[in-house]
Design a binder for this molecule. Structure first.
Ligand SMILES: C[S@@+](CC[C@H](N)C(=O)[O-])C[C@H]1O[C@@H](n2cnc3c(N)ncnc32)[C@H](O)[C@@H]1O
Length: 291
């Protein structure tokens, strides 16, 4: 039992999620978003949804479930999904991917392309798409003879993180961990000395756009075909069949010979996909048409 002696909900004691309530929400999340919700996620689900109950001044999970499902409350469904996704990310996470991008992928693509289109699928709060943009900008700066432009599209299901990504404002402590030269070139510290925030400069932001996309949708309806897709640390939340389905759908939007980057603990082992391994967790699309 959780005592919520806080804010406006001061005297209310909210009962723990019952088995039935837990499985109703778990089943919905698995089918709508693909994220596995085993019993081990129960405490996480309860504590994250508790914040929604407090906000809505709802006194029990039963009442919340009626509010969300019986009343077909689509805006609360979005907020419930927001609350239950895990959005951990950081600038230059899994840094060897960014070295491979600089040393192998970009030089290869620059031989034939004037514009490189990149998709950060499951981009969370923007650190990944902005890291990619910094790397491509540095590559262009270091190869002044090339006439090369680029765009990065970030997608995620969570509206919370997409708002943050769009604003492109980050804690100065996080930004200070980046090499000085990158910090100086791509971030602006807030002028107010008491506010410890920095924003990505507008020139870099102008290459990056964001939109909401659910990997469970039957078609992703993207308007572009990409040269590179990053889909990292997302598939781990899905079961094997869902993982293969999602990558198959991504393949429709990857150019032949384009590159797919997965997270370091993700693999396409034993999946029937038109991909060849370049180095562990980086793949290139082999020529095969997709309907
Ligand atoms: C752990 S973060 C990874 C962020 C980044 N790619 C990285 O590696 O740092 C996983 C992201 O996937 C998103 N996600 C989870 N399920 C999704 C779905 N069905 N459709 C789209 N995005 C989803 C989550 O909202 C979350 O922001």
């Amino acid at each position: 039992m959780i005592n919520t002696q806080e804010q406006n909900h001061s005297t209310q004691i909210i009962q723990d999620l019952t088995d039935k309530e837990f499985s109703k929400i778990a089943r919905y999340i698995e089918s709508a978003v693909g994220i596995k919700m085993p019993e081990t996620k129960r405490i996480m689900m309860q504590s994250r949804l508790m914040r929604r109950l407090r906000k809505l001044k709802i006194n029990s999970f039963g009442e919340y479930i009626n509010y969300v499902f019986d009343e077909q409350n689509s805006s609360e469904l979005v907020l419930m999904i927001d609350a239950l996704t895990t959005n951990k990310t950081e600038f230059f996470r899994e840094p060897d991917h960014f070295d491979y991008l600089t040393n192998t992928v970009l030089p290869e693509l620059a031989k034939t392309k004037n514009i490189i289109k990149i998709w950060s699928a499951g981009c969370s709060s923007g650190e990944e798409p902005y890291s990619i943009s910094i790397v491509v900008s540095e590559f262009i700066k270091n190869n002044p003879k090339l006439s090369l432009d680029f765009s990065v599209t970030g997608t995620d299901i969570s509206t919370n993180v997409l708002d943050k990504a769009h604003n492109a404002v980050y804690d100065i402590d996080v930004v200070n961990q980046l090499p000085y030269q990158l910090k100086k070139a791509y971030f602006l510290k807030c002028k107010n000395e008491n506010v410890n925030l920095a924003r990505i400069k507008s020139d870099l932001r102008s290459h990056v756009s964001f939109k909401r996309l659910n990997f469970m949708d039957s078609d992703f309806c993207m308007s572009e075909i990409f040269d590179i897709i990053f889909c990292r640390n997302v598939l781990i939340y899905f079961d094997k069949v869902t993982q293969e389905n999602v990558i198959s759908k991504l393949m429709k939007y990857l150019q032949p010979n384009g590159y797919l980057f997965l997270g370091h603990s993700e693999t396409i082992f034993s999946m029937d996909l038109p991909l060849r391994t370049c180095v562990p967790t980086v793949y290139t699309k082999v020529n095969k048409t997709y309907d």
